[in-house]
Design a protein around this ligand. Sequence first.
Ligand code: GRF
Length: 197
Amino acid sequence: MTTKKRVAILISGRGSNMAALIEAAKAPDYPAQIVGVFSNKPDAPGLDFARKNNIPTASVSHRDYASREAFDAEIEKALTNWAADFVCLAGFMRIFSTEFAQRWTGRILNIHPSLLPKYKGLHPQQQALNAHESESGCTVHWVTAELDAGPTILQRRVPILSGDTAETLAARILVEEHRAYPEALAKLARGEVAYAG
Ligand code: GRF
């Protein structure tokens, strides 16, 4: 098979989507390999999972940097070190400088727990409930300089059930996220989708 694409993952916390990508990439015929996990939170639980799977990690607190640009330069160093072809954001709770976002456009993707363009930003599950939607879901999308606004790669839908809370809805969406993200990454690693923004 052709060379696997090299993928870095950026996290800030739990890292369940990161874990789903790491597990998927264990399949011999998966077209990408996870070459590093970076966190802006040195105590992010997801880092342990990565280490246990022998994946290189780097963690740097954004609080130690005077500017967004200076912090992004640290991310860039890790990505260069790992020779990453693509970057997957998985619960990474930092906004990039415009320069970084523009330099990586077409090589960086994110997963968001709503049917974008609806409910960008924080608490999208609660936003969907507040709007009395009958369904929600998740979106894997290209990252651009504007938050949660890049072109969609793939979406998965789930129903909203009566009695749902933000927590029960988030759990139902998360099951789909763990399927959607590896599927989307495989598509772009195989060259079946490309950024056309
Ligand atoms: C997920 O719901 C993801 O869509 C959103 O943040 C959450 C991260 O969860 N961007 P995890 O860290 O992957 O478990």
